[in-house]
Design a binder for this molecule. Structure first.
Ligand SMILES: *Cc1c(COP(=O)(O)O)cnc(C)c1O
Length: 353
């Protein structure tokens, strides 16, 4: 794929790490590529970061035909920049496209676009501990019509955002709340696609949890409201009686790459992992009788985020006395070590740009 390059005439500057936060500072450039039925994907370009013009009738604005990805570029101790399993993100993007009827991209082109954009703005990859460059690929329909007639025009874009350390003062357990009214997804719906619509459906419950002092919700399955599915934008894992249990991928759960990596790491350490249905009754029974040893969320943004408190209706339990568990900490240390290049990568998960 040939990518044309238009450099900005007003380069910006990477702010100090302490001012970064998440998702509000953007780099100098972005990647764009267009799709039409006649031409396929064409006009791949890196251009200055800035507003995108689309028709007010563009179908994404009315019908939510959008999918996205999230991954990071990390500054290694030797100064080089590396990605973590980016081919997994591109493959998942295409699976999400399939579900929403959006055109797939060529996986090699997707990887090339990520690499070239990160290379262009490599000065924006911060180097302080825990910081990274967040990469947000997204793909949406631009058909300028309100008619429901499938997708015939689309845009694939990538933007980059330097982000601060998620846990600036070390890992900190968070309280989460089981959502009993709203559901995020159902089997056969879009739960396993990474699409904006899932987040729109989750907003109300997320706001409610925040108001009550919880950092996020724990979703139950949408049909029986019985089985634990995932957190708000992160997968979940529990250590129950020495065994790690994580909800199996039933079709309504997002198949996280951090989840997959944690399962592979745990198995390589000889720790048993069960991917299965886990009912909220079983989880709270384990919390009550003391066999729930640890609980944590996993996702690209925070890597591993320990759960310190679980609430469900009027029941409330601390997990591991609201402290970080040894296994959560070990997973965090190993994964972040591989991602930032401070530990060896025996799995071949990383690639230097
Ligand atoms: C992105 C995402 C995750 C985590 O996936 P990773 O690939 O590990 O970042 C989990 N749940 C939802 C709903 C997500 O959108």
């Amino acid at each position: 794929m040939n990518i044309s390059m238009t450099k900005t005439t007003h380069p910006g500057k990477l702010p100090p790490a302490g001012q970064l936060g998440f998702g509000s500072v953007f780099t100098d450039h972005m990647f764009l590529m267009d799709y039409t039925d006649q031409e396929g994907w064409h006009n791949a370009r890196i251009v200055p970061f800035g507003p995108i013009s689309i028709s007010p009738a563009a179908s994404v604005l009315h019908y939510g035909t959008e999918v996205f990805e999230g991954l990071k570029a990390y500054r290694r101790p030797d100064g080089a920049v590396q990605l973590f399993r980016p081919w997994e993100n591109v493959a998942r993007l295409n699976r999400s496209c399939d579900r929403l009827g959006l055109p797939r991209i060529d996986e090699r082109d997707g990887l090339q676009a990520i690499r070239e954009l990160v290379k262009t703005d490599a000065d924006w990859v911060p180097s302080e501990p825990g910081t990274s460059l967040y990469i947000r690929p997204f793909l949406y329909s631009t058909d300028p019509t309100l008619a429901l007639h499938g997708v015939h025009e689309a845009t694939f874009a990538i933007i980059l955002s330097p982000s601060g350390s998620y846990f600036s003062d070390g890992l900190k357990p968070v309280p989460i709340m089981v959502e009993t009214e709203d559901v995020r997804a159902v089997r056969g719906g879009t739960g396993e696609a990474k699409c904006g619509g899932n987040y729109a459906a989750a907003n109300r419950a997320g706001d409610k949890a925040m108001e009550k002092g919880y950092s996020q919700v724990l979703w139950l399955d949408g049909v029986q409201r019985k089985y634990v599915e995932e957190g708000g934008g992160m997968n979940v894992m529990f250590k129950i009686a020495g065994m790690v249990v994580t909800p199996m991928l039933t079709g309504s759960i997002l198949p996280g790459i951090t989840r997959k990596s944690c399962i592979e790491l745990l198995k390589s350490w000889g720790i048993p992992v069960e991917e299965r249905l886990l009912s909220v009754d079983e989880l709270f029974e384990a919390a009550k009788n003391g066999t729930l040893e640890e609980a944590w969320c996993v996702g690209t943004a925070a890597v591993v985020s320990p759960i310190g408190e679980l609430a469900w209706n009027d029941e409330k339990y601390e997990v591991n006395q609201n402290r970080i568990g040894a296994l959560s900490q070990r997973l965090y240390d190993e994964l972040t070590g591989i991602q930032w290049g401070t530990r060896p990568d025996p799995f071949g998960w990383t690639c230097v740009i």
